[in-house]
Design a protein around this ligand. Structure first.
Ligand SMILES: Cc1cc2nc3c(=O)[nH]c(=O)nc-3n(C[C@H](O)[C@H](O)[C@H](O)COP(=O)(O)O)c2cc1C
Length: 237
């Protein structure tokens, strides 16, 4: 397959190809509600994700309404007060390879450029990053956790769960954003939602109807060609 087509963003995807290629991180949502029924269906679909020995090691807290507002309020307060994040786990390498650093910077610049935030304007960038904790205005969100006792393999499974949820959301016309930002303040998230200390906060997922006119949603992130990450060991028959 050459480059995938650019499918419509504002309608429900009807094919797997459309659902996959129309998924992108949405960072501004309309306030229109998402029904509990829909979220339950999406969780059931996400739960079909494969996992090693089918142990299904994911846990999810769904927040909406008062609880979503309470959680967002607590996290925003911490963020704006400059409370130092204490990430639940090491997401990125301690020493960056140039190729990854370059992609990370490019992705950040694309987003900040579309928002009119100038390079080096740390204050504006910090203020904007706070919108993560407001689920980018989405009416509902997920907090995804995994047991502290689980190993690398189970984290792969949780990734598959998260991606399946996000792809499935497209078939309902909904958009999402996976957010490791919620792992910055794991203690606050656990306290707000009554999550025991034996669970690690992996990420959040905002879910809702995209505000496609918002500048935050204007960017499209590029991808490397398959040759950049694939080696074929392939014999023609
Ligand atoms: C596990 C995970 C955590 C992420 N955390 C955040 C986050 O905290 N905030 C954010 O704005 N985007 C977050 N992203 C979105 C990525 O920046 C995004 O997937 C990447 O730039 C590619 O863009 P696309 O999703 O639009 O294809 C996260 C993505 C993943 C998979």
């Amino acid at each position: 397959m050459s480059s995938p087509p650019a499918p419509a963003q504002d309608v429900a995807a009807t094919t797997a190809l459309d659902a996959i290629t129309s998924r992108r991180s949405i960072r501004a949502f309309r306030p229109d509600p998402v029904s509990r029924d829909t979220i339950e269906t999406l969780l059931r679909l996400a739960g079909t994700a494969p996992s090693g020995s089918n142990i299904q090691p994911w846990s999810v807290h769904v927040v909406q309404g008062d609880k979503r507002r309470e959680l967002s309020g607590l996290l925003l307060q911490a963020h704006h007060a400059g409370v130092e994040p204490t990430p639940e786990y090491q997401y990125y390498p301690k020493v960056w390879r140039p190729v990854f650093l370059e992609r990370r910077r490019q992705t950040g610049w694309l987003l900040y450029e579309s928002l009119g935030i100038r390079r080096g304007d740390r204050e504006a960038a910090h203020a904007y990053r706070g919108s993560n904790y407001d689920f980018f205005g989405a009416p509902a969100g997920l907090i995804v956790t995994i047991g502290r006792d689980m190993e690398h393999g189970s984290w792969i499974d949780v990734g598959a769960f998260v991606q399946t949820f996000m792809i499935a959301a497209r078939t309902f016309g909904l958009h999402t954003c996976a957010q490791a930002a919620f792992a910055n303040y794991g203690d606050l998230v656990r306290a707000a939602l009554g999550i025991p200390g034996s669970e690690v906060v992996v990420c959040g997922i905002s879910i809702g109807h995209a505000d496609l006119a918002h500048p935050a949603n204007r960017t499209r992130t590029p991808r490397a060609e398959i040759g950049a990450f694939t080696t074929f060991h392939w014999s023609e028959a």
